[in-house]
Write a protein that binds this ligand. Sequence first.
Ligand SMILES: *[C@@H]1O[C@H](CO)[C@@H](O)[C@H](O)[C@H]1NC(C)=O
Ligand SMILES: *[C@@H]1O[C@H](CO)[C@@H](O)[C@H](O)[C@H]1NC(C)=O
Ligand SMILES: *[C@@H]1O[C@H](CO)[C@@H](O)[C@H](O)[C@H]1NC(C)=O
Ligand SMILES: *[C@@H]1O[C@H](CO)[C@@H](O)[C@H](O)[C@H]1NC(C)=O
Length: 403
Amino acid sequence: MGLGQLLIGAALSAGSVMAASVSCAMPLSCHNISAVADTCRFNYPGGQLLQTQFWDTNPSTGPNNSWTIHGLWPDNCDGTYEQNCDNSRAYTNITAILQEQDPCILEYMQVYWKDYTGNDESFWEHEFGKHGTCISTLEPRCYPNYQPTQEVGDYFRRAVTLFQTLPSYDWLAAAGILPSSTTTYTLAAIQDALTSHFGHNVIINCNKNGELDELWYQYNVRGSVQSGLFVPVDPVGAPSTCPQTGIKYLPKYSTPTSTTTTKSATSTSTSTTRPTIPAGVLSGKAYIYVDTPSTTSPGFLISKGAWYRGGGTPATYTATPNADGTTFSLNSSKGKCAVLSDSSFSCDTSITAGSSFAYDGSHLTFEGSSTFYATEVPTGQAQGTVFTSPQAISLQVYWNPLS
Ligand SMILES: *[C@@H]1O[C@H](CO)[C@@H](O)[C@H](O)[C@H]1NC(C)=O
Ligand SMILES: *[C@@H]1O[C@H](CO)[C@@H](O)[C@H](O)[C@H]1NC(C)=O
Ligand SMILES: *[C@@H]1O[C@H](CO)[C@@H](O)[C@H](O)[C@H]1NC(C)=O
Ligand SMILES: *[C@@H]1O[C@H](CO)[C@@H](O)[C@H](O)[C@H]1NC(C)=O
């Protein structure tokens, strides 16, 4: 990428000694020893670029064997940073822009750049508006024939291509650091595993329960964010927030967690079991997970009502109490949900009268039974139909509310 261009640039400038007015070889950001005027090819003041990644488990996002993208942030060389630098470029149509400029990057983002509330567009808007507008080399003045939003593709493309060189899940796995609901890890082991690949220290962050949830990889850049060379460096600024020992690296999806914080100055209780909901009428939004003895990674229901185990984000279902006081209706983004005449469970705009469901204190029920069926356990990207009439595989489904 930028390296070839940079080397050609360096060779040209060496060969044309007198062309002092054109300086092709830019200093590495945060390493200049004199002022650099051309901040279209020198990132300033945000010369420390961070590629930040999430490990979301509550709720889970993205594939179960990959971290997801948080963003690409221009920090100053001392750990401070600017934010929201140009509100006139706080675009509210990132998806539409990328659909035009780089549909392949968009498609990748739809899998690997996930918002934990399910609103990827607004997350992308936030990242570009807060951080992207502070990258000097992406400013409109840096484009010869600037077309509005032109820099958006460059920002997301660079964030994605950097992320693709940072396979944190695989790096940790190669050191035996795998998601687990029981094993814990030390900060030193995680740092060693990542540093041995990245070449520099990485910021390793945990939530308040000591669960690993974020990584920050830091770079200086020779040239622009668009085409420059990203050079791994040690962090500047805030240290890692994980404890030295006892770090949890929870599996995604397989053990959805519910964290209950007791609002009291003295007691904070957390639980990592599935939520306890009394039998009765459900209401509000939730993910629906599958329970089955047929597999240890049962997956969840997607928006049309199908069973899916291929990673990604479960669909958000809404339960609405029925007038009978004992049952509720379900819908998803696809529309109302019903058990159709062939006994398949489906959610679709074409469904005008949804079916009535109940909840027995651990699973959803239909006409008194919590047992549902499938013809087989779906594998890969396959979507399995869920039936209420007996088939080869038995399963149950449970409700994991979104707070
Ligand atoms: C590096 O370049 C920036 C931008 O021109 C300038 O403000 C800063 O003073 C320079 N740093 C040094 C040490 O000269
Ligand atoms: C996105 O919005 C900007 C204005 O904020 C507009 O200039 C641009 O044409 C829009 N792009 C698309 C693809 O809708
Ligand atoms: C991820 O999900 C796939 C498909 O459900 C499963 O085969 C695999 O074992 C899971 N991997 C992990 C690490 O949980
Ligand atoms: C689902 O149901 C809720 C509550 O009745 C409603 O507000 C929402 O618009 C419905 N969504 C769809 C996609 O039908």
